[in-house]
Design a protein around this ligand. Sequence first.
Ligand code: ADP
Ligand code: MG
Length: 331
Amino acid sequence: MVKIFQIILFICIISTGISEAGEGIFKKSKSLMGTEMEITVASADEKIADKAIDEAFAEIKRIEEMMSTYIPESQLSRINSSAGKKAVKVDKELIRLIKRAIEYADMTDGGFNIAVGPLIKLWKVAEGGNIPDNDEIRRAKEIINYKDIAVDEKKGAVFLRKKGMAIDLGGIAKGYASDRAEAVLKKNGIASGIVAVAGDINAFGKKADGGKWRIGIQHPRKKDAFIGIIDLEDEAVSTSGDYERFFIKDGKRYHHIIDPNTGEPAAKCQSVTVVAKEATATDGLSTGIFVMGPEKGMKLIERLPDVEGIIIDAKGNIAVSSGLKNRIKDR
Ligand code: ADP
Ligand code: MG
């Protein structure tokens, strides 16, 4: 028996929309990129808010159409279907994100690895789950080296050097989409809001009542409980957890973040939350640090400027980075 679980919005936005100075809080949700997302803005004008939110969602859809592996015509799918055969010309935007993803791979000692596609296909966590045999894992591991992603910036082309290779941007594209959505809101005159692409959240400006946007970090094992609340101002936060998408087979939990070293679901953490300036960074780093584990992961967080985080290890112990300790509240 395979059971599928999927908790979608696992960071809760705590926003009380008290309108002062004639400002209101406007909120819309949508299902895109295989997940739920929510955009909340503070604005004096409902029409402006509405248009801004719709344009932000349209931007996220545009990114999905470029980067999804579930859409056969997406630019990313074209790169993947030409693996081992030829370089594929794609938009500069996709090249830039792939290059950033490779930077996070280097930073996290390969914990974050967008070449993990062949393993994602084997485990099928998003489709309900499958337990591959050791031989299948061994073969997939031969074609997941991110150094075999050849990016030719001049030609604007990407080539996967080995047949069967596949890029999966599932660990960073939602953060990127969150950053882009924020930019679109700002372009539309919104000075304050919060974009939550599932667990990849951007907060900017202050709420209508002058207070900061607050988010609750979900407890990885207690449903509807927070491990703490953080105030955010012009910051992004992402959480990667083993409780977001997983299946249980024969009493064992299998989840969607794969350790490229073992070829199996990463086992060292229950959840990793990263706070930084941009959600592209927090998304890539939270996934990568989840694989690295609590010790190396916290060292990396402490080393990186403007990056803070919370790591919950496999036993449930909670570690908070030095710059975040004083900012975590229980209410
Ligand atoms: P979510 O997508 O639920 O927000 P993450 O940001 O942690 O969670 O990303 C998990 C997704 O990233 C997986 O569903 C898969 O598409 C991809 N992925 C899995 N393992 C890795 C890895 N080691 N490195 C990079 N991406 C990964
Ligand atoms: Mg991620």
